[in-house]
Design a binder for this molecule. Structure first.
Ligand code: KG4
Ligand code: ZN
Length: 347
């Protein structure tokens, strides 16, 4: 059975994993940089790149040792080649090129977003194409029709902030530190979601796009007003965000072609309020709901290795990527998607 070594270094997690084609994660390690970035309230690209340089090689050696394997035993080396912070992406991709060259194995350059998009298939062998995917992370907020490997139709994106960004900014406003999503979710659990009236940007609008900037500003005003408990603000924020997500996803389900499942992936897919609201929405449409386990939601290398497995599985048409494959700071999953009116420069 094929085994792929996956490498992830596009943001603030340095990660390596060995994944087998029968969906077994043979070994994986993730070195989080949360501590290094915490004093700055967000990821500092230079600090991240340096940390990847220091950590990646020992991490790969450790993963191979955990599995009792050598480089000679793997079938390919897959690394995130974008989108993400360019310094980190370069570290991972150059390392993968060196290892592939030295061991005479194919290099597979992976789109980080494709890693998130297909991670539910690593976790769920019953999940088949095509499916509707809500991809929500710190940098992205999209609804995609996943039609097959390498075949993605973007139905919606955010015109301002990503959902994870909205969680992180809310955390900052409430003094909860970084990373913010899990902290906001924890605090929201003890708050009253009806206490603070907050807007639901784009709720009900015909196209399924997202907007969170207005919600974030309203959170700031609510905090500055000084009359609400932080837990109530967190709970009200989360409820508004979830309401927007469900409304937009419902809209996308109506616009999508025939799909076999509703799927959520990306770091924010770890949020239980979002999962809990998506499940009945799927049921309403007679669709199964699929979400990867929490460890596969946030950045990891197993999802990168898995895309490598899927690429190798194309057997006849598989082509390794060239050693001069350039890192791509921007790399949309659907290059044909039309720009959205009002949207900024984010990919
Ligand atoms: O996918 P990811 O690890 O990195 C990117 O590619 O962006 O996503 C990180 C994002 C951060 O914004 C983080 O705050 C958010 O996912 N996140 C959450 C939760 N866990 C992580 N947001 C809400 N609730 C959570 N439980
Ligand atoms: Zn990610």
């Amino acid at each position: 059975m094929r085994v792929v070594l996956g490498i992830e270094s596009s943001c603030d997690e340095t990660a390596a994993a060995l994944v087998r084609e029968d969906r077994v994660i043979i070994a994986q390690r993730i070195a989080s940089q949360d501590e290094a970035h915490r004093p700055y309230g967000g990821v500092v690209p230079e600090i991240a790149a340096r940390a990847h340089v220091e950590r990646l090689a020992p991490l790969i050696a450790a993963v191979l040792a955990d599995a009792g394997m050598e480089l000679a035993d793997v079938d390919a080396i897959a690394a995130t080649a974008g989108p993400g912070l360019i310094g980190g992406v370069m570290v991972g991709l150059v390392s993968a090129k060196a290892l592939a060259m030295a061991s005479d194995k194919p290099l597979i350059a992976i789109n980080h977003l494709e890693g998130h998009a297909l991670s539910p298939r690593l976790a769920d062998s019953a999940l088949h194409y095509p499916y509707l995917l809500l991809l929500v992370s710190g940098g992205h907020c999209q609804l995609l029709e996943v039609r097959g490997l390498g075949n993605y139709k973007r139905l919606a994106t955010t015109i301002d902030d990503a959902l994870g960004e909205a969680f992180d900014k809310t955390a900052k406003i409430l003094g909860l530190g970084y990373p913010g999503g899990p902290a906001v979710e924890r605090l929201a659990a003890s708050g009253n979601a009806k206490a603070v009236p907050l807007p639901r940007p784009l709720f009900g609008s015909p196209e399924p796009h997202f907007s969170f900037a207005g919600l974030k500003s309203a959170v700031l005003r609510a905090k500055q007003a000084g009359i609400h408990a932080d837990a109530d603000i967190a709970a009200s924020f989360q409820q508004s965000a979830v309401a927007c997500v469900i409304d937009r996803t419902r809209r996308a389900l109506a616009a999508a072609g025939d799909v076999t499942a509703l799927v959520v992936a990306g770091g924010v897919a770890a949020n239980m309020a979002i999962r809990g609201a998506l499940e009945p929405l799927a049921a309403e449409h007679g669709l199964p709901f699929s979400a990867p386990p929490l460890a596969l939601c946030t950045d990891n290398a197993a999802m990168i290795a898995w895309v490598g497995i899927e690429r190798l599985g194309q057997s006849d048409s598989f082509v390794a990527d060239p050693f001069d494959f350039a890192p791509r700071p921007r790399w949309p999953l659907d290059p044909d998607a039309a720009p959205v009116r009002g949207a900024g420069v984010k990919a």
